[in-house]
Design a protein around this ligand. Sequence first.
Ligand code: NZQ
Ligand code: ZN
Length: 434
Amino acid sequence: MILGDCIEQYAKGLLILNSLMNLFGDYVSFLLIFRSIVGRNERLTTIDMLSFEFKNPVKLIFGEGQIEKLKEEVPQDAKVLILYGGGSVKKNGILDQVKVALKGNYYEEFGGILANPEYSVLVEALEVIKTKNIDYLLAVGGGSVIDGVKFLSSAALFEGDNPWDILSKRIRTEKGMPFGCVLTIPATGSEMNSGAVISRSEIKEKLSMGGPGLFPQFSILDPQVIATLPLRQIQNGIADAFVHVLEQYVTYPVDAWLQDRLSESILSTLIELAPRILEDPKDAKAASNFMWSCTMALNGLIQKGVPSDWGVHMIGHELTALYGIDHARTLAIVLEPYYKHQFEQKKEKLAQLGTRVFQLSGMSEEEIARQTINKIIEFMHSIGIPTKLSEYTDDYDGVDDIIAKRFEERGWLKMGERKDIGPAQVRTILQQSY
Ligand code: NZQ
Ligand code: ZN
């Protein structure tokens, strides 16, 4: 419909141009008229901000020492299952803080939800939920624990026989078991959105799920947790949040001025804080800004009314499924070849990003757009993230075919904001990522 309108306007423009050229023969008039018609035509063909609805019911509790507020958020009569990862929350004392806050509640514990939450582990947790009649879940961890809890929230009320169907058949969760989060690592934004990504290593799958029933009831964000993070996880958090914004921004312009400015400000803030938080994770100012930026990058706000891509994530998830590479690092691998491949479609937003965030000037718009891709990759390197697949594995031969085939089999034929990325494009992009 929109494309049809564009073509019609373009044809009208050409007709008017033709008759005006007959009327005024001279060259100067032609140039002036051509400019005004093309200008007008551009305006008419510009796609405006998309319609949207926005509801994000998550109560965010942000700041130092806020974990004790748990007792006000978890219902007194709830039977709680506290879920966490491989043990960092035991070492850094966060689990103890949680238990102190919940001392008036009945609770059980389940640990061992590691990075890239594993389906088989979650099935064990589901068993605990059922046998102990749990009715409230509490995630204490990062994106992996929170995503695992989202899966459990859905699976606990799922009426089908096989909970894997929620992922493989992309069943939307309208209602889940209520849950809250204590975030221990800023990165994914999972604490304020309704999506999750679950892995099943036996079949090398990593699939997404979601639905309005999967927003946390509350999330507690205490920036002090950053002080105990290993460098690698801080690097990952910055990179993941950065790419979340890019996926929602580097598409095509729709005159969504506010969303663009919001996205640019998150990117600029991440660029500003990155050297400080990498140098000193105890830097309280940088930590607060880091944590809030990551949440804002994927809580739905900047995505409203604009097209979004997510192709970098779709391809990246496959690299985690096949090689176990950290989520954020897979994105860094895919970015450069993806943006080069999609350059024509994305160059206007790339140029805007280059001008406003990387302060590029004095070149043609096209050149600024190209330099912006270099700047993005330089930023990844500056935070210590390698951007070539060969820097993570030697075993990359043929991965382009394997992943392209997976997309084919799943019927993922039209990805990206213009639905122009299919298996053939995925193959070419991956060939440039080695
Ligand atoms: O398991 P433990 O021992 O807790 O150690 C974790 C884990 O090894 C450690 N860690 C977390 N907090 C810590 C800490 N270590 C010391 N001190 C702390 N305070 O960090 C490691 C990584 O944790 P993880 O939760 O895996 O990190 P992240 O938050 O980056 O989550 C990544 C997962 O989220 C998915 C990714 O695909 C990946 O599975 N994503 C989820 C999204 C969503 N739901 O919206 C969007 C993202 O694009 C992403 O796909
Ligand atoms: Zn991500």
